[in-house]
Write a protein that binds this ligand. Structure first.
Ligand code: AKG
Ligand code: FE2
Length: 347
């Protein structure tokens, strides 16, 4: 049994069990290639069902070139393979959260991973603090390493392509809610989206630590690329059971974030998920967090609420929510991380 720093150790109830979970159910795999309006209708309906039941699905024939994905995976690995001294040159700090980081905390427990974050729009403005009365904004900017030499260009090309997919999915999700395809697009005019390279090194005590502790993604949706190692697990909406997400070559994993859950007034589900690590193989993944503009106030969409279906959430400001979440990632805090449940209207 390996020894690890106590700051990585999860409370007993949150440690992974490593029992074989009966694969009686898996998240749906949806083919996005459509040639007729009736194909689109079918895709929309499958997406709607997946968002309700799981909050997760995988997509194939998504339009992001495989070659680009292979290149980006290669440079991400090359970046992390460098000595710590090199990686620290682009280390993030409390002012600028973009760049390299190796002490991410989820729910106040340290994650067994290192990350590199980069923005889609550079610079991106966010609230300077999570204090609702503080109107000041600050700029986040990208920090690019010199090596690998094609790193920056590939990262920018990757976010351009994945952003296109994110907008396509946003439109399909709007349609699935019975709304016009472009109903949600305006919320992303000054999007604060970013992408992340996750590197999970082999862990000597995979039964005690997690690559990422259980959490829900904050934004509208996440487009995730994972390698063939596996380790992502999602909490099933019906009973909370942890279900592994099977790696499928060239597929993207899509999950609903908190904003979409609120917009849909709980029809769609932002599922809790986590990453288990193993003692043998390192794992890489690349989430793209599709985040609305900081000034957008999030609340259940007017078209979806009525006397039979009252709004389940009070309005909250996305930028302030993000600023609050962001602070808690750095280090242990005494208070609980902000959650959408804090905005729930009592029944
Ligand atoms: O590595 C993964 O598969 C998922 C990572 C994740 O959930 C996150 O970075 O928010
Ligand atoms: Fe996540």
């Amino acid at each position: 049994m390996g020894e690890i720093d106590p700051e990585f150790i999860q409370e007993t109830e949150y440690r992974p069990k490593f029992k074989t979970i009966e694969a009686d159910e898996e998240i749906p795999v949806i083919d996005l290639s459509v040639s007729t309006p009736s194909d689109t209708k079918e895709v929309v309906s499958k997406i709607g069902e997946a968002c309700k039941k799981w909050g997760f699905f995988q997509v194939i024939n998504h339009g992001v070139p495989l070659e680009l994905r292979q290149k980006i995976e290669k440079v991400a690995k090359e970046f992390f393979d460098q000595p710590m001294e090199e990686k620290r040159k682009v280390k993030r700090d409390e002012v600028n959260p973009m760049g390299y980081h190796d002490s991410e905390h989820t729910k106040n427990i340290r994650d067994w991973k290192e990350v590199f974050d980069f923005l889609v729009v550079d610079p991106t403005l966010i609230p300077a603090s999570d204090d609702p009365d503080d109107k000041e904004l600050r700029a986040m900017t990208n920090q690019w390493p010199h090596k690998p030499s094609e790193f920056r260009e590939l990262c920018q090309e990757y976010t351009r392509q994945v952003e296109k997919l994110a907008f396509k999915l946003l439109e399909l999700i709007s349609l699935s809610l019975g709304l016009p395809a472009d109903r949600l697009n305006g919320y992303f005019k000054d999007q604060i989206s970013f992408a992340r390279f996750n590197h999970y090194p082999p862990c000597p005590a995979p039964h005690l630590a997690l690559g990422v502790g259980r959490h829900k993604d904050g934004g509208a949706l996440t487009v995730l690329s994972q390698d063939d190692v596996g380790g992502l697990q999602i909490g099933r909406r019906s009973d909370g059971e942890w279900i592994p997400v099977k790696p499928i070559p060239d597929a993207f994993i899509i999950n609903i974030g908190n904003c979409m859950q609120v917009w849909s007034n709980d029809l769609y589900w932002s599922a809790e998920h986590r990453v288990v690590v193993n003692s043998q193989r390192e794992r890489f993944s690349i989430p793209f967090f599709f985040f609305p503009s900081q000034y957008v106030d999030i609340k259940p969409l007017d078209e979806l609420i009525n006397e039979q279906n009252l709004a389940k959430y009070k309005e909250f400001n996305w930028g302030k929510f993000f600023a609050s979440r962001n602070r808690s990632d750095y280090k242990k805090r005494e208070v609980e991380n902000i959650q959408i449940d804090h905005f729930k209207v009592p029944e």
